[in-house]
Design a protein around this ligand. Structure first.
Ligand code: ZN
Length: 81
């Protein structure tokens, strides 16, 4: 078994490096499409994607950080307008 293969012109390592940004939708459309193509053709990366997706879901369930006071103040001000 190969450690790394090239699918859709990308190495698995490149896909993994961009995976969290991809999940956050922070990649350019071209890049995101290329990575989706790689994932479609690479079972190993799909498995990792599942793991990362599950981990992200857990993180997002944690309570959010409280707002910084200055932001809270602005919000309250705008509500009272
Ligand atoms: Zn791969």
């Amino acid at each position: 078994m190969q450690d790394e293969q090239i699918v859709a012109g990308l190495h698995c390592g490149e896909v993994l490096a961009d995976l969290s940004e991809h999940l956050d939708g922070r990649l350019s459309l071209d890049r995101a499409e290329r990575i989706d193509e790689h994932l479609a053709g690479c079972a190993e990366c799909r498995r990792l994607l599942d793991e990362v997706t599950a981990a992200v879901r857990v993180v997002r369930q944690l309570p959010e950080e409280p707002l910084p006071p200055e932001v809270e103040e602005l919000l309250i001000e705008s509500l009272h307008d």
